[in-house]
Write a protein that binds this ligand. Structure first.
Ligand SMILES: Nc1ncnc2c1ncn2[C@@H]1O[C@H](COP(=O)(O)OP(=O)(O)O)[C@@H](O)[C@H]1O
Ligand SMILES: [Mg+2]
Length: 368
């Protein structure tokens, strides 16, 4: 029994010593890490320093407890210590990422003497635009297209062909690697970014609706519009279902627009883009969950509305695409065909094949 007791005592002493050594090692490594980061003068460095201070306190307290307590108590403290340490590491990594994001410099910046948004009397021109996200894999190659004032341009092509990338360049989320995009004669890069983005509206397939009233959702990007303008935007977007709700525009939406169907949410997002009344409107598949007839109605409303604007629409429905003023077919980042529905059908190429395939799908949907 004596031997067993002695063994246990020795064991405890060794454990305490190991604990101290471990703490010392952790201190040192943490200290070095902090020093290293502080040399860069980053906020992250400072946050680590704070964490370091906290850890010191925690360790000191734990060590005291361990020295006074029994072997069992120490075991517990030691495990806790490790847990806290791991937690601190996780926090440091998380904080590091957050601060890394905050410290990122935007790639797209204003020109030296940025110009206001042009009058736009002619329209938008993409001229030999090439772009890649990563150096080796080109996404857009030599894309040229003209969108005249008052025109609705349909961008068509298989998924991954670069349609979304192309329209995101209108907002200068990315700049072309080669070629340029002009509004009238003005290169997008010389327009003040804030003004450009104020004049270009975009509605996407997945839009965020806030858990506030429908009216507040619609007014969110254009707080000053009149009630009449709000209703007009809803009418064009075929979102007049709002009038049939018991509380109308005061209906409170749940988180992410719960309570509404996907199609209704999409119509609200289109209305939200329209209410801003911008010179350029982009619809990047926000009509995917509308039935073909509703989508067609939205487009025909848009054509009347867009007399002094340019509209880009990305959709897969031939019934809608055929009504566009011009169709641009993209394949692997290149424009393979461009023209009206009849012109492209007559070519008997990519667009022709696309229409046959999609029309079959539409027919199947209709029969369901
Ligand atoms: N942010 C991004 N970073 C890297 N590659 C991207 C990014 N966005 C899109 N891509 C790639 O670019 C290609 C074109 O995508 P996208 O423009 O979304 O096509 P589409 O809208 O026609 O489906 C795809 O191969 C896609 O994987
Ligand atoms: Mg897309």
């Amino acid at each position: 029994i004596d031997t067993a007791f002695r063994l246990r005592r020795d064991f405890a002493v060794v454990k305490v010593c190991t604990g101290y050594v471990l703490v010392l090692v952790l201190f040192t490594s943490d200290f070095i890490a902090t020093e290293y980061l502080l040399e860069g003068g980053t906020v992250f460095g400072a946050s680590l320093l704070v964490l370091f201070g906290l850890s010191v306190t925690a360790w000191t307290a734990a060590a005291h407890q361990a020295r006074r307590g029994s072997v069992e108590a120490f075991n517990l403290t030691f495990a806790d210590l490790i847990r806290v340490w791991c937690l601190a590491q996780d926090m440091a990594v998380g904080l590091g990422r957050a601060f890394w994001l905050l410290e990122l410099e935007p790639e797209v910046v204003d020109a030296e003497n940025p110009e206001p948004f042009p009058d736009m009397r002619q329209g938008v021109v993409f001229h030999n635009v090439s772009f890649s996200y990563q150096a080796e894999s080109p996404i857009l190659q030599d894309v040229s297209l003209t969108a005249n004032l008052g025109e609705v341009i349909a961008l068509v092509g298989p998924s991954g062909s670069g349609k979304s990338t192309l329209v995101s360049m209108m907002l200068r989320l990315f700049d072309p690697d080669a070629g340029d995009i002009r509004i009238d004669e003005t290169d997008l890069r010389s327009i003040r970014i804030e003004e450009l983005r104020r004049n270009v509206a975009i509605a996407l397939q997945e839009n965020v609706l806030f858990p506030v009233s429908i009216e507040d959702n619609l007014r969110y990007a254009a707080p000053d519009v009149s009630d009449a303008q709000l209703r007009e935007a809803a009418r064009i977007a075929c979102a007049d279902f709002v009038d049939d709700l018991p509380l109308g525009y005061q209906t409170e939406l749940g988180v992410g627009g719960a309570l509404l169907s996907t199609g209704q949410k999409q119509r609200l997002s289109i209305a939200r883009a329209l209410v801003r009344n911008t010179r350029v409107l982009i619809l990047d598949e926000p009509t995917a969950s509308l039935d073909a007839q509703t989508e067609q109605r939205v487009l025909s409303n848009l054509k009347t509305w867009a007399k002094d604007k340019v509209v880009f629409i990305i959709t897969h429905r031939p019934s809608t695409i055929r009504d566009a003023d011009r169709i641009v077919f993209l394949k692997s980042g290149r424009v393979t065909e461009a023209g009206t529905h009849d012109e492209l059908l007559a070519l008997g190429g990519d667009y022709h094949r696309f229409v046959s395939v999609e029309a079959t799908k539409d027919a199947k949907d209709g029969n369901r």
